[in-house]
Design a protein around this ligand. Structure first.
Ligand code: SF4
Length: 187
C-alpha cells in the first residue's frame, strides 16, 4: 500500500529535510523540552480548533481529517466556512508567508476538492494580529508544481550531505535538539 505524506511535513521539508527526522524522533516527548515558544503557541491555537472551540456556526467545519488519493497526501484542515466556501489556515503569528505554508494550504485545498467540497477562497489568518491574508486558488500549473515537490520529498535521500545554514538554524524550532549545529535558537 502506498504511504501517504502528512501535509504538515511539506513545510518542514522545504525549511530543512533534517527537521522531519527530528520531528519524528521527539514527538510525544515532554512539551516544555521539545517545543520552542512559537510551536507551543501554534499548537494551542490548533488545539482550540481540534476541540471544536472555535465556532458554533453550523456551516463551519473544523479539524476535519482530509486526504487525496491523487497526490498521496493526508492531514487535517483548520477551518472551512461553508457559506463563504472558504478554507482558512490559522497561524498564531504570521509575519511572512513562506512557500512551504502555501504548499500546505494548496495540499488541503486539493484534498478537500477531491473529497467533494466546493472552495472559492483560500486564506491564512494570523491570531496574534487578527489579520486575514487571502491566497489565490491554485491553478493547474500550481498543482503540477506541488506534485513535483511531493515527488522530490519522496525521493529525498537522508544520507546525502546536509547544507547547514546557521542563520536559518537559530530560528529553527528544533535548534536546541539538533546534532548538526552547536548554537541555541533565538526563542
Ligand atoms: S537546526 Fe538547522 S540543521 Fe537542524 S533541523 Fe533545524 S534547520 Fe535543520
Amino acid at each position: 500500500m502506498e504511504e501517504y505524506i502528512l501535509i504538515s511535513t511539506l513545510n518542514d521539508f522545504i525549511f530543512c529535510p533534517y527537521s522531519i527526522y527530528l520531528h519524528n524522533v521527539y514527538k510525544g516527548g515532554e512539551e516544555d523540552l521539545v517545543y520552542a515558544v512559537p510551536q507551543v503557541q501554534g499548537k494551542a491555537s490548533h488545539e482550540a480548533i481540534d476541540e471544536k472551540k472555535y465556532s458554533s456556526r453550523k456551516d463551519e467545519i473544523t479539524g476535519l481529517s482530509i486526504y487525496s488519493n491523487e497526490l498521496g497526501i493526508m492531514g487535517k484542515m483548520d477551518l472551512y466556512k461553508g457559506k463563504e466556501k472558504q478554507l482558512i489556515e490559522r497561524k498564531y503569528q504570521l509575519n511572512t508567508i513562506y512557500q512551504g505554508q502555501i504548499y500546505q494550504l494548496w495540499g488541503q485545498y486539493f484534498c478537500m476538492k477531491e473529497m467533494g467540497y466546493e472552495i472559492d477562497k483560500l486564506a491564512f489568518y494570523a491570531i496574534s494580529t487578527n489579520k486575514t491574508f487571502p491566497i489565490d486558488i491554485p491553478t493547474e500549473a500550481n498543482k503540477d508544481e506541488l506534485q513535483n515537490f511531493i515527488k522530490r520529498f519522496k525521493q529525498y535521500d537522508p544520507t546525502q550531505p546536509l547544507q547547514v545554514n546557521s542563520n536559518k538554524c537559530t530560528h529553527c524550532i528544533y535548534c536546541n535538539l539538533c546534532d548538526k549545529i552547536e548554537t541555541e535558537n533565538v526563542y
